[in-house]
Design a protein around this ligand. Structure first.
Ligand code: KMH
Ligand code: ZN
Length: 277
């Protein structure tokens, strides 16, 4: 689609960033919901959600997910996407328990990767287990690609019927040991995607705004948020996720004379992603 509106996803929390890294990371259900709402007002049409326990540590508790989802839905109709990745070391049952709440989307990482000194594990049988759960609950997957070979694993799952086209991919670029946050890497991966796929790009740390600019020019969608990057500028912690979304919106608008693309509304995003209204 020419001039396809740009879906901005806000990845507000993640599993790795703690209060000791930034005092601004939202932790409680109320804090997460409010920052997601402010991000929606700024231009985000999808929320990639992780949740935290009362101590601020990563959790995949289905009741906390439910609470956060209800609080967000009281405020706005942003597309809700749950992480099934959780934090490294969690088992699949723990990671996927929230799907019972039937969010609009859920992530599906199609391969394993080093995360520092640990491994984010997604073996073939684990991927299939997550894909089956997504299917059973009627939740559309977002395929998380941390490295190039993970595209082929997604194609394998598609051919075997565990997931259905059209697929939506998110390239999480710039994790050390995974695919680089570079235009060249995107140009290598894009032709590998199955026909009619949609895709977005996330960049870790400083790469967040550099690589999302490239994604916009190449026709993709973007993800920003404190899960991936806690800085608004060099050395300046972002006061909120909404501030990162606002910065992304200003980049979209700066590039508009070249791309003709605007920020997608929730309605437009649902249409692009083939999601029910
Ligand atoms: N926290 C990472 C280990 C996802 O949300 O699906 C996994 C992750 C991917 O964040
Ligand atoms: Zn995540």
């Amino acid at each position: 689609m020419e001039n396809t509106p740009i879906i901005i996803t806000v990845a507000a929390v993640g599993a790795e960033v703690l209060r000791e890294h930034t005092p601004h990371i939202p932790i409680t259900p109320e804090e997460i919901a409010e920052d997601v709402y402010q991000s929606y007002l700024a231009g985000a049409s999808m929320a990639h959600l992780h949740v935290r326990d009362e101590k601020g540590m990563p959790s995949q508790d289905k009741d906390i997910f439910k609470k956060v989802t209800e609080l967000i839905k009281e405020k706005c109709d942003i597309i809700i996407q749950y992480s099934t990745g959780g934090a490294v070391g969690m088992d699949i049952a723990t990671r996927t328990q929230g799907l019972v709440n039937k969010p609009d989307m859920g992530t599906l990482s199609t391969g394993s990767l080093n995360f520092g000194n640990e491994v984010f594990m997604n073996t073939e049988s684990q991927m299939i287990e997550i894909a089956n759960k997504l299917k059973n609950y009627g939740v559309k997957p977002e395929i998380e690609v941390f490295d190039t070979g993970m595209i082929d694993n997604a194609i394998y799952l598609l051919k075997k019927g565990y997931i259905e086209a059209p697929l939506h991919f998110d390239f999480v670029t710039g994790v050390r040991g995974g695919v680089r946050a570079s235009k060249e890497a995107l140009e290598y991966m894009l032709p590998l995607l199955p026909e009619n796929s949609t895709w977005s790009v996330a960049g870790i740390g400083r790469a967040q705004f550099e690589i999302t600019k490239e994604a916009i020019k190449l026709g993709g969608h973007v993800r920003v948020g404190m899960e991936d990057n806690i800085f608004l500028e060099k050395g300046v912690l972002t006061p909120s996720n909404a501030a990162l979304v606002k910065k992304m919106v200003s980049i979209v608008n700066e590039l508009k004379p070249i791309t003709g693309r605007s920020v997608a509304t929730v309605e437009e995003a649902r249409k692009i992603l083939n999601l029910k209204g």
